[in-house]
Design a protein around this ligand. Structure first.
Ligand code: TTP
Ligand code: MG
Length: 403
């Protein structure tokens, strides 16, 4: 079981440039730009990053190096030394792993940590964040900025707000006060184009987007709009996904409104299970473990799994397993916010070993293959088992589908 989430987003400050300063104390106090050779202003290529001193001149990542040179010819310009940066990155990620088993590396200098389960061991989230920052400084000589929040979206924004060497904690009850005044450009995932579009209709803060009627946003922008509307209202159900190498195929569905009606829940599970099985067959994966994820209206989250002796991909088996896990689950009249279905423990390394008591029913397999064929030819909506419908979906996330 997992209670309410506590997520940390950790991002190193001016990472490449900070390493250059560390290794060259003589750069201290000067603007430092890491990137292509500026060749006295005639250089091609771009800025990888620069230190905070150089940012005062308006220099930033991705800017043509020639422009950076024009803005600040007196800066120290250095070539990237990737091997050194990767070595430092490894040290930092090792520190993350010391604090939580739930680490999602995002880039060379950045990760999400789910520390919900570590509070008893390490103390309050703010203490964990301070400890991590201290350990990073001790082991690398570098500073990091940390955001602490109830979900990934808020944590990501929070870590950026007080850079460098920042620490911003957003308590669950502070989420909306924190988010609403922020400019729309802070919305994670909103590109320059969408930002312009939103501004053109007067939406220049996150709060203004949040206060638009949900149905209106969905009508105009579809599922993407709904996703942004949810984020603007501080709602983000995405979990910290540990190692991308973990092989699992999963789909989740967050309901428009929390659901207590068994028939809708069963229908949704059936649909998710069937789609997961279809993805498995597309990727020619089979797995031994079927997992049902349930998030209740109060955000408490539960997973229930069943493992078979043989590898499966059948829609019928995955569906029946999930339904049986669902029936065993006691939700005590509480409504359900999110349902997820996953299959893991794949056959990719050892081949498809049929168990002695193989649970795969040959007839099921034939039906699945037939449905796949028709759907491949005529589209996903051309044929479906009678029980599958998706009308209650708030959004269907394609979960951890291995490439
Ligand atoms: P960022 O974390 O985006 O930037 P940063 O760490 O330099 O600065 P900040 O304090 O704002 O976090 O990226 C991490 C490193 O990735 C950065 O040091 C250099 C590299 N990088 C590029 O090479 N090109 C780019 O366009 C970006 C954005 C980053
Ligand atoms: Mg950084």
């Amino acid at each position: 079981m997992k209670n309410k989430q506590v997520i940390l987003h950790i991002d190193m400050d001016a990472f490449f440039a900070a390493i250059e300063e560390l290794d060259h104390p003589e750069y201290c106090g000067k603007p430092v730009v890491v990137g292509a050779d500026p060749k006295d202003g005639k250089g091609r290529g771009v800025v990888s990053t620069c230190n905070y001193e150089a940012r005062k001149y308006g220099i930033h990542s991705g800017m043509p190096i020639s422009r950076a040179y024009k803005r600040c010819p007196q800066a120290v310009y250095v070539f990237p030394r990737m091997r050194r940066y990767v070595e430092m990155s490894r040290r930092i990620h090792a520190i993350f792993n010391d604090f939580s088993p739930m680490v999602e590396p995002i880039s060379i200098d950045e990760a999400f940590l789910d520390v919900s389960g570590c509070i008893r061991l390490f103390g309050e989230p703010i203490k964990i964040a301070r400890e991590i920052k201290k350990k990073i400084l001790e082991k690398t000589g570098l500073t990091a900025s940390v955001g602490v929040a109830p979900n990934k979206f808020i944590a990501k924004i929070a870590s950026d707000l007080d850079k460098p060497d920042g620490l911003v904690v957003v308590e669950p009850e502070e989420v909306l006060d924190f988010l609403f005044p922020l400019p729309i450009s802070k919305m994670w995932g909103v590109g320059v184009k969408t930002e312009k579009k939103l501004k053109s209709i007067g939406i220049d803060t996150i709060g203004k987007l949040a206060k638009l009627p949900r149905n209106q946003v969905v009508k105009k922008m579809g599922n993407v709009g709904l996703h942004f509307w949810n984020l603007a209202n501080g709602i983000d159900d995405r979990d910290v996904e540990i190692s991308r190498k973990v092989k699992s195929v999963s789909l989740e569905n967050t309901f428009m409104d929390d659901v207590g009606d068994d028939s809708i829940l069963i229908e949704t599970i059936t649909g998710l299970a069937d789609n997961v099985s279809r993805i498995l067959r597309n990727k020619t994966y089979k797995g031994k473990t079927v997992t049902l994820k349930i998030r209740l209206q109060d955000f408490s989250t539960f997973t229930r799994s069943h493992s078979y002796n043989s590898f499966i991909d059948s829609s019928e088996i995955i569906t029946q397993t999930c339904l049986s896990l669902y029936k065993q689950f006691e939700r005590n009249e509480k409504k359900i916010r999110l349902l997820g279905v996953a299959v893991s423990n794949f056959n990719t390394e050892c081949g498809d070993q049929l168990g002695l008591f193989d649970v795969n029913n040959r007839d099921d397999q034939k039906i699945d293959q037939l449905i796949d064929k028709v759907q491949d030819k005529f589209g996903a909506d051309s044929i479906k088992k009678a029980s599958i419908m998706d009308k209650h979906s708030r959004r269907i996330d394609d979960g951890d589908v291995p490439a």
